[in-house]
Design a protein around this ligand. Structure first.
Ligand code: NAD
Length: 355
């Protein structure tokens, strides 16, 4: 098969890490007889510098016609002081909106080889865990009515039935492809919008009898994540709860350079990107860990192209390279037997494992 991918390298370490992910896709292509056609487009600071706009029209067009989008990171001190519409991150928010991406998918995985990096005690983390948070991205309190009245300020949490159903469908289907367990997190003991969310999820669970469904209150979930993270498979939750819990989940994996993510809508297209930023402090020095971006490319294969075997092979290659002790500086342990490698060398090791 031939797949057309819009590639947004972005700023800072973006070009270095995305280049390694593209090379991994090419290697997988050779092995399985797929071709990946890459179309590089601009977004973020580099787009501001070259076109005067953080999200040029040409980028939107290329992304809309592509089968999927691979993205590095954007931003940096150079563009921090501009007006809001000229900030790099404005480009990313506008792209997600243009593409109709309302679901944010964030796996949180602790690799046994990196168990030391987890801030939880090993008897708590179990030395390894692997779950996914599906966060509603375009509704809820961040987008509800807000304002000030006299000496009060307010924000409103509001969800329509359709908004809940569409995020629910993504989460149930993801659970079907993984461990067949779905946990919906809400605050139904006090919030009406959460009671409505729960009602709709309960109606939906009848359509997915193969998925074991449960609810949990968000305060309990925040505790359970640091008490027993192994219990989770797929979590679905609202925008604000997902924002907070996915950062907590990222933290307990111990390494920001390892975590992929994607934003998706109704179709097969997605925006696949590492969760970290453009790390201007280490850009251009070969220090960036490309694994989060390489795993984002693996997510693209699984969720946008239904190439689960190819995705799994990349994930296994990452696992093997870590087991063999290769580490970029962010996950390197001083005084250990780890082998320190650069961004390019890490990419090469992963490709060698694929062969
Ligand atoms: P950051 O994620 O870029 O960096 C935080 C720390 O983690 C830094 O010390 C950095 O060196 C390190 N780090 C991040 N990714 C790494 C990797 N792959 N390998 C090794 N180390 C890595 O967050 P920040 O410093 O708060 O933000 C820097 C810039 O990135 C800002 O302009 C911010 O707006 C932007 N940002 C962009 C995105 C995005 O494009 N999606 C997300 C977050 C932040």
């Amino acid at each position: 098969m031939n797949y057309h991918i819009a590639v947004i390298k972005g700023d800072g370490i973006g070009p270095e890490i995305v280049t390694e992910a593209m090379k991994v896709l090419e290697e997988i292509g050779k092995k399985y007889g797929h071709t990946f056609e890459f179309e590089e487009v601009l977004m973020g600071g580099i787009a501001i510098d070259q076109t005067g706009c953080p999200l040029p029209e040409e980028t939107i067009k290329a992304c809309k016609k592509a089968d999927s989008i691979l993205f590095g990171a954007i931003g940096g001190p150079k563009w921090d002081k501009g007006p809001k519409e000229m900030r790099p991150e404005t480009g990313l928010l506008a792209l997600r909106k243009e593409m109709g991406f309302y679901a944010n998918i964030r796996p949180a995985k602790l690799y046994p080889a990196l168990a030391d990096a987890c801030p939880l005690k090993e008897e708590v983390s179990g030395g390894a865990f692997d779950f996914v948070i599906v966060r509603e991205l375009t509704g809820g309190i961040y987008f509800g009515e807000k304002g000030r009245r006299g000496d009060c300020a307010y924000d409103t949490e509001q969800y329509s039935a359709e908004e809940i159903k569409r995020i629910g469908r993504i989460a149930f289907k993801m659970a079907q492809k993984r461990g067949k367990k779905l946990l919906s997190i809400d605050k139904a003991n006090v919030m009406e919008s959460s009671r409505f969310w729960r009602e709709i999820m309960h109606d939906m669970k009848e359509e997915y009898p193969d998925v074991a469904y449960a609810d949990m209150l968000v305060d309990n979930a925040a505790m359970q994540l640091v008490r027993d993270p192994k219990q989770f498979d797929v979590i679905v939750t609202s925008n604000i709860f997902g924002d907070i819990l996915s950062d907590e989940a990222g933290m307990i994996t111990g390494s920001i350079g390892m975590l992929p993510s994607s934003s998706m809508g109704d179709g097969k297209q997605g925006l696949y990107e590492p969760i970290h930023g453009s790390a201007p402090d280490i850009a251009g020095q070969g220090l960036a860990n490309p694994i989060a971006t390489i795993l984002s490319a693996a997510m693209m294969l699984r969720y946008s192209f239904d190439l689960a075997e190819e995705a799994l092979l990349i994930e296994k290659a990452v696992d093997q390279v870590l087991k063999a002790g290769y580490r970029t500086k962010d996950i390197y342990r001083e005084g250990s037997e780890d082998i320190l490698v650069s961004t390019v060398e890490m990419g090469k090791k992963i490709r060698e494992c694929l062969q």
